[in-house]
Design a protein around this ligand. Sequence first.
Ligand code: SF4
Length: 272
Amino acid sequence: MTRRRDEMLKEMGLWPRWRQRELPPSIETAASEPEQPLTAASDMRTASSAVRVPPAETDDRRTHIMRMDWPALKACVAECTVCPLHEKRNKTVFGVGDENADWLFVGEGPGADEDAHGEPFVGQAGKLLDNMLAAIGLKRGRNVYIANVVKCRPPGNRNPAPEEALACEPHLQRQIELIRPRLIVALGRVAAMNLLARDASIASLRGRLHQYRGIPLLVTYHPAYLLRSLPDKAKAWADLCFAVDAMKDLKGKSGNEGPEKKNGNEGNSTNS
Ligand code: SF4
């Protein structure tokens, strides 16, 4: 462990005591997935084959973030220097969309276009995501919120390192608590790994509902990957159809408008 990393972990209140979250025996390793050579996944497997989580009793920063409202959370991210990703960012990329959305799409982190604009999914992958949304009758900002695992661009468009994702995780958790989506769609393996706290292949995670803190979650391919792998677009389409059916079921179970979730501003679009 380098001195820089020690300093960062101390700042986050995560050092020196870490514990490993045990993986259920049914979880597959990601070694069989050919499509995404992910640095983060590789690092996780090399280090421990598990996602490391901080001991809750020392996590004052997390507790502080979990009490934030939207303005405080946005200001917190805009000023954040907790992990090394702040050093080369141009803009933080907080997230964008309807803050009371039913749908939450989560990617892994900003790329160059996003870093320049301060908004997630604005490049070619963003166009594809918008097309995917349109295909199921959705539109960015209308009952849809889009966020990333990390809010600052990993240099060279690499995947966020496990400790960087861990550092930024309270921001995403608080976003999700404030949005209270009915359904989360994890875009790509980095998002899935971090939201589900497990290391598994996309293939093994697709096609069924998982849970993120009680919220249904499904996994599909990242749009950037789909740009490079056209055959898997058909699988992504199947995932979207599955998502639509899941949303219908979820709305049916909770009564069409859902009880306390909606507060009358559905459709309100706010850029972050
Ligand atoms: Fe802070 Fe997240 Fe940016 Fe790291 S990636 S500096 S934790 S906002």
